[in-house]
Structure formats: C-alpha cells, structure tokens
Design a protein around this ligand. Structure first.
Ligand code: SF4
Length: 333
C-alpha cells in the first residue's frame, strides 16, 4: 500500500517543490491549502497542485486564529505577523487532515534561513512541536541541515534524496524546478499583508476594540480605508467599485449583524461603507462627513445616504447638506 503524506501548499514555489520531491520518492501526496484572508493565493495553490497531479483540500482558518493576533506566543515579526504561531496553526490543520486520511507525515516547503523571523533552525523545530507533530514534519528542501525525522530514521524517506538549501535566493529553487520538470512555476508574488508595517495599526486596533473578532473581521481588514470614529465604532470605506461590492458581501456575511451598518450614497456617486460597532447618531454623522470628504464633484445641495442594518432590521434615509466636513480627530488606520 502506498504511504500518504499531506503537503501544505501555499501557492509558492517552495511548497510545490517540497511536494514534488516527496512525490518522486513514490509517496502519494495530498495537498492542503490553508485559506487565510491575509494571504490570497488559493487559486495559485490549486493551479500548482493540478500541475503536480495531486488531490487538494482547502480549509479556511477558524475564528480561533484571531487569538494568535491577540497574544502570539512567539511575538510578531516586523508587522503584526505572528509567523511562528501561524505556521504552527497551519501545521495543526495539516495534522488534522493527516489523521483523517491516515497519512504518515506532513510536508512543508520551508527553507532554513529564508525568513529571519520564522525560519531559523530553532523556529522550524518549535513550530512542529507546537503543532504536536514533533519529528513528523518533513522539510525536503532543507532536510539535510535539520535533524533526521522519524521517517528518515526508519528509512521510509530516503534522506540522501533530500536537499540542504538555506537562505533567501530563489536561484536554487528554480534549478530544482527545472530538474523536477515542474509544469507550473509560480513567480514570487506579494505575500501576507500581516507582514506589512503599514497594515499593523489596523490589526492592533481590532485587537484593542473587538473582543469577539474572528475570520470575518480579518477579511474586513483587507478591504478599503479604515477609520476609528470613536472607542465603540469604526468605519470602512470602499476605494472602488470592487471594494464597494466586497463590503456589501461582508455586510451580508457579518456574524454580528446588530453591530454592522451599511451606508450607500443615495442621490450621488461615492464610496460605500460599513460602520462596525455600536454606532451612535453622533458617530454616524461623523462617519458620513468622512465619506463626504472622498467626493469632489457632482454633489447635489442636499446629500442623501441610505443606511441599513440586517438585524434587527433597520433602514433609514439620512439627508444632510453638502457642507458636511469630517472632524479632524478621526483616526485613519
Ligand atoms: S507570513 Fe503571514 S501567512 Fe505566512 S506564516 Fe507569517 S503570518 Fe502566517
């Protein structure tokens, strides 16, 4: 019977190569893509898996992921990225799948030293341990620089056919991609927004103000302009038609329907928005004034805004003069 291994497939070249290397030793490889709103590369992951000819599962992080942002055991990198905790979280999801399908181990495409915050030797060992996988995580690209896993010690995996890569260069990865004749070689793409310093204030604001934040809130962080109106409420404004649509979808999916208001310009064209939190009349008017700031032409003398809430159902047409101006103390996130 063929031994099965679960490969974490992020959509990057490293993870595809790691899966391919193990596949070439005769294992049946099943891919797992962990969907994170802050790392939108699911399509690439599926394309890569299809090119390898491996079946793929995709699982979305759960609301408990937010705990990693609230109190990361191993801290943040340069942004609000809890990489060690996050890797351990993904490995735990891979472990769940491993146990469900009777796989023997998990494959990860991490390369030693590729990232200074989370891929030092000690980090790789820690995250496997945190996930409860101990030495059942095989990192084929750097395996020869790491202690042999139980699969290597028992001869299940041929260590001599694994690699000793280290560092940030993509050149050896491209060489391996040619050697293994990968049919899909993804270009280096934008990574996870949690690593961006400018994104961190949004995350920290959410941590500070929303006790029950979860996946929905993380999704919302990736859309539009964010403003803290007061301690109870924030406003998110779409920057284009695509973001307005995304905000409407998020409005419908909101897990706290009584605390999310959708605002749509009624008699003029402009950004749509979501208020999140406990929105007083004062906060509402301040948010509308802010929205007004992003419209520079074709304004009628009196502005009308539709304001909706899903539960309890609420719909209101708010009319203001066009001189509405945003109050200066509103904080842009
Ligand atoms: S870069 Fe983002 S997705 Fe990757 S491990 Fe760090 S927090 Fe997680």
């Amino acid at each position: 019977m063929t031994t099965i291994a679960v490969a974490l497939i992020s959509g990057g070249l490293d993870s595809l190569l790691a899966a391919r290397i193990v596949q070439s030793q005769g294992f049946e490889v099943v891919g797992l893509h962990v969907r994170l709103p802050v790392y939108p590369h699911t399509a690439r992951a599926f394309r890569g898996a299809a090119a390898l000819g491996i079946p793929m599962a995709a699982r979305t992080i759960r609301d408990d992921y937010f705990q990693l942002l609230r109190a990361p055991t191993h801290g943040f990198g340069r942004g609000a990225n809890p990489c060690l905790d996050c890797r351990a979280y993904m490995l735990r999801m891979a472990k769940e799948l491993m146990e469900e399908i009777g796989a023997a181990f998990v494959i990860s495409g991490e390369v030693l030293g590729q990232r200074s915050f989370s891929q030092r030797r000690r980090d790789l060992l820690i995250v496997a341990h945190m996930a409860g996988l101990q030495d059942r995580v095989l990192r084929p690209l750097s395996a020869k620089r790491l202690p042999p896993t139980v699969m290597e010690r028992q001869g299940l995996v041929d260590r001599s056919k694994l690699y000793d890569l280290a560092g940030r260069s993509r050149r050896p990865l491209r060489a391996l991609a040619r050697m293994y004749e990968l049919r899909f070689v993804p270009e280096a793409a934008g990574g996870c927004v949690l690593t961006e310093k400018l994104f961190a204030p949004r995350v920290l604001d959410l941590v500070d103000h929303e006790l029950s934040a979860g996946v929905w809130d993380l999704r919302l962080l990736t859309v539009g302009r964010h403003f803290r109106i007061n301690q109870e409420a924030k406003l998110v404004l779409g920057r284009n038609a695509g973001e307005n649509d995304a905000l409407r979808r998020l409005f419908e999916l909101s897990p706290r329907k009584e605390q999310v208001l959708c605002v749509v310009p009624h008699n003029f064209r402009g950004p749509e928005g979501l208020f999140v939190g406990i929105v007083s009349d004062d906060a509402l008017m301040r948010g509308l004034a802010l929205l007004r700031r992003y419209i520079t032409k074709d304004l009628p003398d009196r502005l009308q805004f539709q304001v909706f809430r899903q539960h309890p159902p609420f719909r209101r047409l708010v009319t203001t003069t066009k001189e509405l101006t945003a109050l200066p103390e509103i904080l842009a996130l």
